[in-house]
Structure formats: structure tokens, C-alpha cells
Ligand binder design. Structure first.
Ligand SMILES: NC(=O)C1=CN([C@@H]2O[C@H](COP(=O)(O)OP(=O)(O)OC[C@H]3O[C@@H](n4cnc5c(N)ncnc54)[C@H](O)[C@@H]3O)[C@@H](O)[C@H]2O)C=CC1
Ligand SMILES: O=C(O)[C@H]1O[C@H](OP(=O)(O)OP(=O)(O)OC[C@H]2O[C@@H](n3ccc(=O)[nH]c3=O)[C@H](O)[C@@H]2O)[C@H](O)[C@@H](O)[C@@H]1O
Length: 472
């Protein structure tokens, strides 16, 4: 049965739902695209006439929203009405690591996905194509199908898996020029027709040979595997960075040398203070949990090593700061450049900065933070959350208020600092007047470059005690 898709609804107006649907609306002007969310503030921000107030910062996003919003792109809290109206429904809700009960700290929390599936089943007047856009454990489509069939008033639903591979900070270019689109579905006649309906949407702008279609389980597991491989590369180069620091080798030279091998390739070999972001850790832990569930402990341990290495890298960075500052940072001003988990985003989820800050705060450092895009309230929320997760510590928020200062402007944050730590690779940090900064710091003036973005020899010439990652 051929489907003609006239209306799409996406449940979840977050970092994925918002930009992905904006681009579908931009490229398919004849399709009406509704993006719905239970968070009214988020929807109000998506609808703000001032495009600088969109809830997420992504280069190029404003332009896409400006073109499509009000034409065929609509943001709304009317979840039920929009479910009724659409022939195809994307589920793009959050799937964080579980913080309670069975699988706590490891498994993906699927409660928002389940709620969405139940809501669709309950109110959809007829069968729909339901598309998993969220990252999900392999075989989740089966659970969604079971719910849809059990609660769906006899309607027939098709479930597709269409994982998203965009990276934050480059979301719009990734969506406009994806390496591939992946669509998994049942291989019977109805399943293939549903796959074709989604292929037809992407084919508006993605060459057909870049649209890969697979069975459901392969598509779901490809997403977890892709993130695990990407994160593994970072942990691998970071492991080597530790050895470089002991031996006098330079990790950037090594990355260049090995990346020239076409079998390895040059991308994703930037050694850093550790990977952050909402997904790498969550998705690997989810993979580890699945492996244990299927009684594959060796496979689970293998992938868990990627996360352990990342924790080690963040800890190593914080420890190096404390060790270099004569074994204590108590009462010392440490300036943080950057709080976001990478440049060109205001997202701070699992940012390495949070964990480095916590270790320094535990040693009573006074931390001054400047990030060009992250809001003050978000930084406090991140720190309060990380303390709330540490059962060994009683948490007094007033201490946090007295030890943390957030700056709207970088030079004040750096003035009279004992040390500067670069946590995010924002381009603007490279353009600062480092000579001026040096004169205004306490001496010895330490710079811990967690992103290797500054020129080590220039910094040393200026008089800094400069420490890069993996620089022997
Ligand atoms: N952030 C990223 O770069 C990427 C994320 N993903 C995956 O996409 C999924 C979504 O991630 P994000 O967009 O980052 O999450 P997010 O937290 O930014 O957005 C999720 C949204 O869903 C809404 N929501 C939750 N339950 C709802 C319900 N029942 N009805 C309506 N709205 C509901 C929340 O209010 C929130 O606004 C996750 O599974 C994630 O792993 C995949 C690729 C990239
Ligand atoms: O599933 C997801 O959420 C997404 O996760 C990552 O995207 P994202 O986390 O947005 O950003 P990345 O560019 O992958 O960076 C992740 C972290 O790794 C760090 N990183 C990246 C690359 C590198 O060489 N070194 C390094 O330390 C970044 O600074 C950042 O903290 C993947 O790149 C996307 O393909 C995927 O869709």
C-alpha cells in the first residue's frame, strides 16, 4: 500500500526534533510538519519572533526556521491534536540513562518513549507510521509495536527506526548533507511500503544511494554502534595522550601520522579533556547493559573501557591542575574558558567542564567561568546536579554560590587568576590578547589547554606555564 504523507508530527522539540523537523519542512514545502512538546516554555521559545531566542543555538538554524516556520513548520503543545492529524509520527523524546531501579546508571530510560507510544495508540483514529528518531536499545521497536497493538483500538501501525546522526554545533550542515540516512523496518509488504514513504521524504534532498534501508534491529543497533565507535576513537587517542605526557611524544603529531593511513582516517582523533555531550556515555552504557543482559560479559567489559578511559582523562586533567598548583587549589582563582561540551553549541550535558569543576571545588578552588553561549543558570544547574549524584558528599548550595562566579566577558574572568583551564574549543579563545592576559595573571601563570587550541611555543614565549593534552 503506497502512503502519501501530507502531515508529519514529531513528538519532542529538543536538540534533535527541532532542527531535524525544521530541515524536513524546509526541504519538503508540500508537507505540513508539526513539532510538539509537553514543555510549554520550549515551544514558546521555538515560536519567539526574536530568532535569537530559539531554545537551542546551532549555526544556520535561525535561517531554516525563518524560512519554514508559519509556512509548513509549526511548534505547538497540542500533542493530541497533532497526533490525530499526522500520517507519520516521529518520536524524538529524550532517552537518558536511568537514575533509578533496575538498570540504574546503565540502561536507557524509555519511559518517555513508552508514554508517547501509549498516547499515539490511545488517540490515533487510524493506523499510522511511527518512526523512532530517539536513540533506542535494539529491539525497542518490538515493545512499541506491542503497545500500539495492545492499546491501538485495532488499528494497524508500522514502526520504523530512523536514527539521527547529526552532531551538535554542525546540526544544520549535517542534516543538509548527511553521510547517510538509515531507515529500518519490517521486510514484509506493509513494512516496505512504510520504509518507502520515509525514503520519499528524504529523497527530496538526499541522493538515493545515501539512503540505507535495513531490517529494524540492524538500524537500531547501528546507531549505538556508530556512537560507540566514535567515542572509542577519542578514548583511544586520549589513552595515548597519557603515554605521550610520560614519554615526550606529541599526541597531535601522532594523530596526524596515524590519520594519514587511509584505513584509520584523520577525523575524530583530537585528544581532549574528555568527550562530553548527552549521547556518547549514555549510549555506550546502554550498549554495555544490553551486552550484560544477553550474557556477553566480555563484550560489555570491552565497551565499558571506553567510558572508564574518558572518566580517567577528565580526572587526570583536574589532578594535573591541582598537582601543578603546588598540590592545592584551595582559595585560588581558576578561570574556566568554556563550559559547553564542544564549541558552537549551548548544550552542556555531560560536559567535561562539569566534572573538572567538581574535582577542583572539592579542593575548594574559586572558579570563574566564561562561556560565550551558556547561561549562568545552566552552569549552576549542572553543578547542583553533579553534587546531587555524589552520595559521599553532603551538598550545601550556598558554598557553590560563594565559590563560583560566572562572567559575561572573558578578560574579567581571567584577571588575577592563578590558572586558566580551557574546557571548550571556542574559536574566539584563540583570538584573545594572551600577552595582556599574562600581565594580569598571578605568576607563575598556568594555562591548562584541555583542547590543544593554543600555540604551545607562542604561549611559552609569552611567559606562560603552558600545559597541553598529550604534549610530552
Ligand atoms: N542531542 C543530539 O545531538 C542527538 C540526540 N539523539 C537522540 O535523540 C533523542 C532526543 O535527544 P535530544 O533532542 O537531545 O533531547 P532533548 O531533551 O533536547 O529533547 C527531548 C524533548 O522531548 C520532550 N518530551 C519528552 N516526553 C514527551 C512527551 N511525552 N510528549 C511530548 N514531548 C516530550 C521533552 O520535553 C524535550 O523537550 C535521544 O534519544 C538522543 O539520544 C540522537 C542524535 C543526536
Ligand atoms: O547521538 C548523538 O547524540 C550524536 O553524538 C555525537 O555528536 P555530538 O555529541 O553532538 O558531538 P561530537 O562532535 O561527536 O562530540 C562529542 C564529544 O567528543 C569530543 N571530541 C570529538 C572529536 C574528537 O576528535 N575529540 C573529542 O574530544 C567533543 O569535544 C565532544 O565533547 C556524534 O558525533 C553524532 O553522530 C551523534 O548523532
Amino acid at each position: 500500500m503506497k502512503h502519501t504523507i501530507k502531515t508529519i508530527t514529531c513528538i519532542g522539540a529538543g536538540y534533535v526534533g527541532g532542527p531535524t523537523m525544521a530541515v524536513i519542512a524546509q526541504k519538503c514545502p508540500e508537507i505540513k510538519v508539526n513539532v510538539v512538546d509537553i514543555n510549554p516554555q520550549r515551544i514558546a521559545e521555538w515560536n519567539d519572533t526574536d530568532l535569537d531566542k530559539l531554545p537551542i543555538y546551532e549555526p544556520g538554524l535561525k535561517e531554516v526556521v525563518k524560512e519554514a516556520r508559519g509556512r509548513n513548520l509549526f511548534f505547538s503543545t497540542e500533542v493530541e491534536a497533532c497526533i490525530r492529524e499526522a500520517e507519520m509520527i516521529f518520536i524524538s523524546v529524550n532517552t537518558p540513562t536511568k537514575t533509578y531501579g533496575v538498570g540504574k546508571g546503565m540502561a536507557a530510560d524509555l519511559k518517555y518513549v513508552e508514554l508517547s507510544a501509549r498516547q499515539i495508540a490511545r488517540i490515533a483514529p487510524e493506523g499510522k507510521i511511527v518512526v523512532e528518531k530517539s536513540t533506542l536499545p535494539v529491539r525497542t521497536a518490538q515493545s512499541i509495536k506491542t503497545i500500539l497493538e495492545a492499546e491501538g483500538n485495532g488499528n494497524k501501525f508500522q514502526v520504523l527506526s530512523n536514527p539521527e546522526f547529526l552532531a551538535e554545533g554542525t546540526a544544520i550542515t549535517d542534516l543538509h548533507n548527511p553521510d547517510r540516512i538509515l531507515i529500518g523496518g519490517d521486510q514484509d509488504e506493509d513494512g516496505l511500503a512504510a520504509i518507502q514513504a520515509l525514503v520519499d521524504i528524504y529523497a527530496h534532498w538526499v541522493p538515493r544511494e545515501q539512503i540505507i534501508t535495513t531490517r529494524l534491529w540492524s538500524s537500531e543497533l547501528s546507531k549505538l554502534t556508530a556512537n560507540a565507535f566514535l567515542a572509542q576513537r577519542i578514548s583511544s587517542i586520549n589513552a595515548i595522550s597519557a603515554l605521550c605526557e610520560r614519554t615526550g611524544a606529541d599526541v597531535d603529531e601522532i594523530a596526524h601520522a596515524i590519520g594519514a593511513d587511509t584505513r584509520i582516517g584523520p577525523k575524530f582523533l583530537r585528544s581532549s579533556v574528555g568527550f562530553g555531550g548527552s549521547c556518547f556515555q549514555k549510549d555506550i552504557l546502554n550498549l554495555v547493559y544490553l551486552c550484560r543482559h544477553f550474557n556477553l560479559p566480555e563484550v560489555a567489559d570491552y565497551w565499558e573501557g571506553v567510558v572508564k578511559m574518558n572518566d580517567y582523562q577528565k580526572h587526570r586533567f583536574a589532578k594535573q591542575i591541582i598537582d601543578s598548583l603546588f598540590n592545592t587549589v584551595s582559595g585560588k582563582k581558576i578561570a574556566f574558558l568554556g563550559w559547553a561540551f564542544k564549541k558552537d553549541t549551548n548544550d552542556t550535558r555531560e560536559s567535561a567542564a562539569i566534572y573538572v569543576a567538581k574535582e577542583l571545588l572539592d579542593d575548594l578552588a574559586e572558579i570563574h567561568i566564561y562561556d560565550p553561549k551558556v547561561k549562568k543558570e545552566q552552569i549552576f544547574r549542572d553543578l547542583e546536579y553533579v553534587y546531587s549524584q555524589d552520595p559521599t558528599q553532603s551538598f550545601d548550595p550556598s558554598v557553590l554560590q560563594s565559590l563560583i562566579t560566572i562572567h559575561e566577558e572573558p578578560y574579567q574572568a581571567l584577571e588575577n587568576a592563578h590558572a586558566i583551564a580551557i574546557l571548550t574549543e571556542w574559536d574566539e579563545f584563540k583570538t584573545y590578547d594572551w600577552q595582556k592576559i599574562h600581565t594580569r595573571m598571578l605568576k607563575p601563570a598556568f594555562v591548562f589547554d584541555g583542547r590543544n587550541i593554543l600555540d604551545a611555543s607562542e604561549m611559552k614565549k609569552t611567559g606562560f606555564e603552558y600545559r597541553g593534552i598529550g604534549k610530552g
